[in-house]
Write a protein that binds this ligand. Sequence first.
Ligand code: ARG
Ligand code: ZN
Length: 871
Amino acid sequence: SAIYLKDYTAPPFLIDKTELSFDLDESTTVVTSRLHMRRNPVFGASTVPLVLDGGPDVKLIGVAMDDYELPQEEYRVVDDQLIITATADSFVLTCETLIEPQNNTRLEGLYRSSSMFCTQCEAEGFRHITYYLDRPDVMSVFTTTIIADETRYPVMLSNGNEVERGKTDEGKTVVVWHDPFPKPAYLFALVAGDLAVKNDVFITQSQREVTLQIFTESHNIDKVDYAMEALKRSMRWDEETYGREYDLDIFMIVAVDDFNMGAMENKGLNIFNSSCLLASPETTTDDAYLRVEAIVAHEYFHNWSGNRVTCRDWFQLSLKEGFTVFRDQTFSADMHSATVKRVEDVSFLRTAQFAEDAGPMAHPVRPASFIEISNFYTLTVYEKGAEIVRMIHTLLGEEKFRAGSDLYFDRHDGQAVTCDDFVAAMQDASGVDLSQFKRWYSQAGTPKLSVTDAFDQALGKYCVTIKQDTPATPGQPTKLPLHIPVRIGLLDANGQSLSSSLDGATSEEHVLHLTDAEQSFEFTGLATRPVPSLLRGFSAPVKLDYNYSSQDLLLLMSSDSDGFNRWSAAQQLAVNELSQLITQAIKGETLAIESQLVHGFKALLADASLDPAMVALVLTLPNQAYLSEISTPIYPAEIKQARVYLKTLLAEALSADFERIYQQHRVTEEYQAVAEDIAHRSLKNVALSYWAEASSERAQQAVFEQFSTADNMTDQFAALSIAVHSQHNQAADMLAAFYEQWKTEPLVVNKWLMLSASQDNANALSIVKGLMAHPAFDLKNPNKVRSVLGGFGQNVAGFHKEDGSGYQFLADQIIVLNKRNPQIASRLCTPLTRWKKLKPELSAKMKSELERILAEDLSKDVYEVITKSLA
Ligand code: ARG
Ligand code: ZN
């Protein structure tokens, strides 16, 4: 059943100190907790019972109060909760529990990954370890004792500092860790294993020395250098940009192979999915390098935005996630190209978050209710949450924003707070009124801006009228107008920026404050009718509707001073052309188009002054997922057909240009994951992907050459993907050779699984079934499941097969995983939640699979997604 934000009450008890002891063992792990508790003084005198959260997998051995062993009749366990009716006002509660980490397939709480013990406690994993007040507003000082056989577990880690080490009478090793910073249980971590370590040092701005350690299984320790450098860059950046310094003497990161999500910011002891930490030129693509850097930064930044200041309750998740994503995006923008980073982030948001916001799971950035909080680690909470913080940054400007963040950290250090507290700090420090703006936190759905304009030649006056409209979402039939910052510039017919006056301010760029349902803005001082460059930098997470002509779009694409809008104009032009083609395909007509993109791309490819990374992005056609998001209903096969048609048309028209670009942008120096080289590789590989679509023998050879001779994964994998997706006649051999070459590198094998599963052909389903039976596959490992089923989800011919067999297959996997790993099962449901938008024949088939899943005995995670999808 659902829980509601409006029902929040403060915790009746507090835990000042938490002493934990883990006796780790292959069969049964004994957990002893000593909780120094007292009634929460905010309630005054009270007699409410003590209710602690546990889990079905926690076996209670004994409970004592102030060392008085409680008899059976003085406590009870109901629905995984331990209830003690009579308690003093302050006491020490001792619990002994047994758990079996080796049988924990949920990967929440304490579990095993290969040969090690590790934990994942956010959001509510700690209750799978022992009984506790497992809520983020209960903050406690933790001391953790780990007892284990040192020969098997020479490394034993927890939060804070190691304070003691010794032996038990039986010869087991005892290590004690103490974390001086009060924290909620979701930030607890423990790791034990036979791990290799890389050491480093960071000197903080106040000249304190911090020991940095990254731990991996020994065969991976040669792949952590990049992450270590990224960590040091992050630490420096947070000092310089936010004035935030690290606070403990040691900062540790551990890589584990089996992990439900990307990584976790446990205090002083971050735990990472190895796919988000390890990097080497031979095994890691450029994209993955940048992801490692961004995630290392993200988890590190949580030390302040999340740990020092945490969330009052899980409805406030975006307080830490939205802000921290904004921080990591800005960090990456500063390390590389800001425009490239913005395009990538927006492209992802518009594809995946917009789809979520338009579907049955749509929810506000601060949800009002949930059944299972794990389902709310979403693109809305993370990415749209980051857009909200970015808009605050736009409304306040750099300096006032920094004053706001300083006040926020200062005011709330050591507290568990709300999104309202964050906005209040921003408002108080800046004097900017954010009262209407706050609706962004509580209103779901993507606003649509409809823009019209008029020009008065005689008065030199240009008038822009913007209407805002947010569609209904589940539980929110009507919407209020939002405060939306719209960044705008005006161009003349030659693409020159025009200066104009708005409300007395003269500038080449303005930020409009749209606050009404419909509002007009008057620009004066213009001699000719301008072309508007709207929503520069994607200044708000909205859909924009303005009737641009192809001519306008070509102009913006080639000359707007805003790099983001140059990309955006090219995308819009491509969307317009693809939409025509999709319509033709749906009608069963022969596809034909007079493409303006040919001219736009030709000019782009001829301009050597452009950033190759931006050129690569502009050349990349809107993907299947984005085109699906903007279509109603979705015709998957026809979208694919249109994309292939347009790509081939461009490839053939510009084949010589693509060949030339391919040759020009080859990087000959030794591999480095630096912006400049990444830019050349990305352009070269996009050029190759086009060139390979033109029927050219030389292109086919180039693909094979690059695959066989590349000294880095970026180029090797790009060539392999191009071969697979362009039906290269050696594609099958290349895939097989790739597996042979890399079968001992699990992260590369995952890429092979994903690419193999995405082969878009009539045999797709049997290929995928074969992959799941392949020795390289492992149902226990979330990365492998995601690779195969994620790859299959993007496989139009396989997943959207007309007979519904693709949907049926995915549903079968969800049913199996529902029992083993509810979080992963629930994530796999996402493609099925889109059923209402699909064309009728497919829609009905997808719906019947949702109904079939619903008939099973479901975890809360899967139950919530399926019931909401069918509602
Ligand atoms: N707080 C982590 C991060 O974003 C994510 C952990 C989420 N884990 C989960 N099981 N829901 O950095
Ligand atoms: Zn996070």
